[in-house]
Ligand binder design. Structure first.
Ligand SMILES: [Zn+2]
Length: 297
């Protein structure tokens, strides 16, 4: 009995440990749909891949036969909803990315919640309970930094296991550098010496080790970016940067197609209070949809 428990524990510990997490950039076809392979890693002595469906923007971890992977054909890729969204979003460096749905929608909102590093315990669990009591199961894009995750393991587990939330996990960088004394142009990811690759890949690796699949979306800390970083997202990382046109604490009102921004790390209670007050009225007029739906039907 004890031996069995021991073996199960060992298996559990090693289940998600992974090595050599790295960029990849290849393609394959499946059921006439173009998929990209955007990352590669080793797990339990197998090579695995983070893949992207270029029609739906859904990511998936897959075991693939290496021989089916081809170099990316730029012309085929350019026709896809993914490439069109990526190009549009990375052209908007002043905003930090795309801030509104890019397709015609009827009475729809998109909720995004950032988990920047915070010394506060807990997360906005009460607000989320209020939301899901009124709205039922709710799609939400959660932008997570490893620096928050490392100090909020229990909170992360509670959030990911919340049966009333359908979460799209958004990359909000590894360290999420911020120094209140620095101007924006030298702050966040524009801080000198930022290791862009480590900032992006490390948080993805952490999520996969926890059994969660990172999405194709990225949120710049502070929504601060420049053209160089946008080009890196477009050409190397294949990540769509999300901004927001309804940052609630900044008094930006949501309207049809808006990306709403709140902070779930308890650092911005004003935005949480304001959105909670708006909720009954918003829910009469709008429905929340998964973030992918802002860009593809
Ligand atoms: Zn942040």
């Amino acid at each position: 009995m004890l031996k069995t428990i021991f073996l199960v524990l060992c298996a559990g510990l090693h289940l998600f440990a992974l090595e050599n997490y790295t960029l990849d950039a290849r393609q394959f076809w499946k059921d006439k749909t173009l998929f990209l392979v955007i990352r590669r890693f080793e797990q339990n002595d197998r090579i695995r891949y983070l893949t992207l469906n270029t029609q739906t923007l859904q990511t998936q971890l897959m075991n693939l036969d290496e021989s089916m992977l081809e170099p990316i054909a730029p012309r085929a890729l350019a026709q896809t909803p993914f490439a069109q969204t990526l190009n549009a979003a990375t052209a908007l460096w002043q905003k930090g990315g795309i801030d509104h749905a890019s397709r015609r929608l009827d009475a729809t909102l998109f909720l995004t919640m950032d988990l920047c590093p915070s010394s506060k315990k807990g997360y906005e669990s009460e607000f989320l309970r209020t939301l899901t009591r009124q709205n039922g199961k709710t799609p939400i894009a959660v932008a997570i930094s490893s620096a928050w995750l490392e100090h909020h393991e229990a909170e992360f587990e509670a959030l990911r296991n919340d049966p009333n939330l359908s979460i799209t996990w958004v990359n909000h960088t590894h360290t999420h550098f911020y120094d209140r004394a620095l101007p924006d142009r030298k702050n966040f990811m524009l801080h000198q010496g930022t290791d862009v690759q480590a900032e992006i890949l490390n948080v993805e690796q952490r999520l996969i080790e926890k059994g969660v699949t990172p999405s194709v979306f990225f949120r710049f800390p502070g929504l601060i970016a420049d053209e160089r970083l946008m080009r890196a997202l477009r050409e190397h990382y294949f990540l769509i940067p999300l901004s927001a046109d309804a940052w609630i604490a900044k008094n930006q009102r949501p309207e049809n197609g808006s990306l709403i921004l709140i902070h779930g790390n308890k650092n911005e209670p004003l935005g949480i209070d304001m959105l909670e007050h708006m909720l009954p009225d918003l829910l009469k007029r709008y429905r929340f949809q998964a973030i992918e739906e802002a860009f593809v039907p």
